[in-house]
Write a protein that binds this ligand. Structure first.
Ligand SMILES: Nc1ncnc2c1ncn2[C@@H]1O[C@H](COP(=O)(O)OP(=O)(O)O)[C@@H](O)[C@H]1O
Ligand SMILES: [Mg+2]
Length: 259
């Protein structure tokens, strides 16, 4: 058993036009400090899977199966129990982190508020030190503490979002297309920083992306999804060098054609 076990997970959305089967019989295990890439084209069910792990699926989603974290089936926990796990144990960085940030509060104050909802006993000074330390760790200048979201570039914004995800010292961080919207130079820098962070904080990392090159350069394991199904999974070296599924070969070919 790994740090996270996904067992027979099916997720469908009910819609006016009928059900959408977004994840079909997913089974995989993630070991501690793995860096697992979940790769597949848009609509293949990647975000749905991430939301299931965080137990943040929208109301029209129906899920069955088991998601075992730390010996507990997340699907069977109460909202209270889940709130202790979200951010404290499992956190997420989205592609559009801007929308998660308040436009009217300074970055430092927001981060402190988020931290306090999970640990109210910390002193003001200690918390400020913690937040500033994290901003520095993700490569941001000190002044960001007193800045507003709209004053930040896309790259800075994603760095704030990464700092937020690390705020409560989680074990698992899910990056859902977290660098997709950035230009390639900034993306490459942040990906390198993410590698350093993983080592520093001994994170288990899930990289959700449509871009197989991100998996190749930052992951040791890979799960290939297509239309809600896991087509193949394994060590990056095995899957990328000897892909079994035709779809994986296609993903690799389109990548090789652009480099
Ligand atoms: N809230 C929702 N209601 C109905 N269908 C949805 C909802 N969210 C996602 N879907 C559908 O589920 C499938 C998987 O979507 P998603 O998990 O977002 O894929 P990905 O992240 O790989 O692009 C798609 O067909 C998408 O249209
Ligand atoms: Mg998605």
């Amino acid at each position: 058993m790994g740090i996270l076990d996904i067992r027979n997970v099916n997720i469908r959305y009910t819609t006016q036009d009928g059900d959408v089967f977004a994840v079909k019989n997913a089974n995989f295990t993630i070991e501690e400090q793995d860096a697992v890439g979940i790769v597949g084209e848009s609509g293949s069910g990647k975000t749905t899977l991430a939301m299931a792990i965080l137990q943040l699926l929208p109301g029209n989603a129906i899920i069955d199966g088991e998601i075992i974290y730390d010996g507990k089936n997340l699907l069977a926990l109460s909202e209270n129990e889940l709130n202790k796990i979200r951010w404290d144990d499992i956190s997420v960085v989205f592609q559009k982190s801007m929308s998660a940030l308040s436009p009217v509060h300074k970055i430092g104050a927001q981060m402190e508020d988020v931290y306090r909802t999970h640990d109210s006993s910390i002193s003001r000074a200690k918390l400020k030190e913690h937040v500033n330390g994290l901003l520095e760790t993700v490569g941001l200048p000190e002044r960001v503490y007193n800045m507003y979201a709209h004053e930040l570039s896309g790259g800075m914004m994603q760095r704030v979002s990464i700092a937020l995800s690390l705020l409560n010292n989680p074990k698992i961080v899910i990056f859902d297309e977290a660098t997709t919207a950035l230009d390639v130079v900034v993306q490459e820098k942040i990906l390198n920083e993410i590698l350093d962070l993983q080592e520093k904080f001994r994170l288990t990392r899930i990289m959700i992306t449509h871009d197989i090159s991100v998996v190749a350069s930052t992951c040791n394991k890979v799960i290939v999804m297509y239309d809600g199904e896991i087509l193949e999974a394994g060590d990056v070296d095995d899957v990328l060098l000897k892909p079994k599924a035709e779809y994986t070969k296609k993903l690799l070919n389109s990548y090789l054609n652009i480099v």
